[in-house]
Design a protein around this ligand. Structure first.
Ligand code: ZN
Length: 437
């Protein structure tokens, strides 16, 4: 009896335990199911970003594109280097992104994810990219060798070596046959020889780095340059005159016609150009450099005069001319002829003397070729600087007669720098103002 009872009690207790276990399992399954549903609602599993593609890798940017994710409200992009934590760009509406502000020659891990309401879905497979070397900063260096160009650039410490290529400005594309490899050094320099003296060329330089034993070409920096040509001989004992042309280049044919005349007679003049116009007519500016004309600065846009002229008005014009020809202007003329101490000091720091004039043809106001001609030819004397403008057809008409006539009268037609050097025996001084020789 006793035994039976015990047995019965044990059986009863076992059944109860079994029921308890079933309940626990049931609750557990319920919790898991609820969590699963919640997770599905919140994270929408399976909605990860697919097919992340990278393209257009530069020294600082990369284009990203991925397949659209259904129902995504927006996307975000993550990226990191081996030494940094993930950075994140949010609220990207399209399925593409231009990731910028990266560092050169650096490996990045990049991935994208979709965003639903405010929660993030699955991440894409991460992509690894390597940014290329930045453009070297290239300048033309001085050379004394006829028909050569020397350039130098800032060392890129990541470079294994550099590639330098050149072409004539009139050729459309660079070719590998005019290519040289320059060793890494603290002061990288390349000399290109056997060019046409005074010829106009384009040179480009890039740094080459290695990543995972693979060669990676950096960004090209391209520069217009002029092959060195010895200065022509000017006789300081013979009369000379400096023709100067302001306000160009411009549309129309006047400026090219003026260059045609100067070229025909082997005459050199000084062109005080406006920076933004130079950028609009780079071929004209290149031609001036090629013909050995003196490149002058006449401010960025000729909208400010006297006290209003800023250092940047002057600097921007110099940079524009340099970007086209590889030469900084060697002369400055202020807009309206208004000189201030601030202008002088900026010219001094940019290595430019200032030139006004002592013969004004008033070609801009008369627009009459015969008046321009008689002012330039009848009023001129040895050492004068003559003011004209390269943008008027009447001036081009006049110059066709002025140049041969001045030569006939025995004048050498020279640039402002040549005039001052020949007349004073020394190079014109940066920041100094000249009216004549
Ligand atoms: Zn002007």
């Amino acid at each position: 009896m006793q035994t039976y009872r015990v047995y019965k009690h044990e059986r009863y207790s076992r059944r109860r335990r079994k029921r308890k276990t079933t309940l626990t399992v049931f609750l557990l399954v319920l919790v898991i199911a609820l969590v699963g549903v919640a997770a599905f609602v919140i994270f929408k599993p399976g909605s990860s970003v697919n097919n992340l593609k990278v393209s257009g890798i530069t020294d600082s940017a990369v284009n990203l594109k991925w397949d659209k994710t259904e129902n995504a409200d927006s996307y975000c992009v993550f990226w990191k280097t081996s030494d940094t934590d993930y950075k994140k760009a949010k609220n990207i509406k399209q399925n593409s992104y231009n990731l910028t502000k990266l560092s050169q020659t650096t490996e990045y891990e990049i991935c994208a994810c979709a965003v639903f309401d405010t929660s993030e879905g699955g991440k894409s497979e991460s992509k690894s990219i390597y940014t290329v070397a930045s453009k070297p900063k290239v300048t033309q260096a001085e050379t004394k060798e006829e028909g050569s160009v020397k350039i130098k650039w800032n060392k890129n410490s990541k470079a294994k070596y550099y590639t330098v290529q050149y072409k004539s400005s009139s050729d459309s594309a660079f070719s590998d046959k005019n290519s040289q490899k320059i060793k890494q050094s603290s002061d990288p320099t390349a000399t290109i020889k056997k060019l046409t003296p005074g010829g106009s060329y384009d040179v480009r330089v890039r740094a080459v780095t290695y990543h995972n034993e693979k060669k990676v070409n950096g960004m090209w920096c391209t520069l217009g340059v002029t092959a060195f040509k010895k200065q022509r001989a000017i006789d300081p004992n013979k009369p000379m005159v400096a023709l100067t042309f302001d306000d160009g280049p411009s549309n129309g044919t006047a400026n090219e016609r003026i260059l045609n005349v100067l070229e025909k007679y082997g005459a050199k003049a000084t062109f005080f150009m406006i920076g933004n116009r130079a950028l609009e007519h780079p071929d004209n500016v290149k031609r001036k450099a090629q013909l050995g004309m003196e490149l002058g600065n006449h401010s960025w846009d000729h909208t400010r005069y006297g006290e209003q002229v800023t250092a940047s008005d002057i600097k921007r014009c110099s940079d524009a001319i340099f970007s086209i020809t590889g030469q900084y202007p060697t002369a400055f003329r202020p807009p309206g002829g208004m000189v201030t101490d601030a202008i002088k000091s900026e010219c001094q720091s940019e290595n430019m003397p200032l030139y006004l004039w002592d013969v004004d043809t008033e070609d801009w106001s008369t627009r009459d070729a015969s008046t321009t001609y008689s002012k330039a030819v009848d009023e001129v004397s040895d050492g004068d600087i003559i003011l004209m403008h390269e943008i008027y057809d009447s001036t081009a008409d006049a110059i066709e007669k002025i140049v041969p006539q001045l030569i006939k009268k025995g004048f050498q037609i020279v640039t402002c720098s040549e005039l001052i050097e020949a007349k004073t025996g020394e190079k014109p001084q940066p920041g100094e103002l000249y009216y004549n020789g």
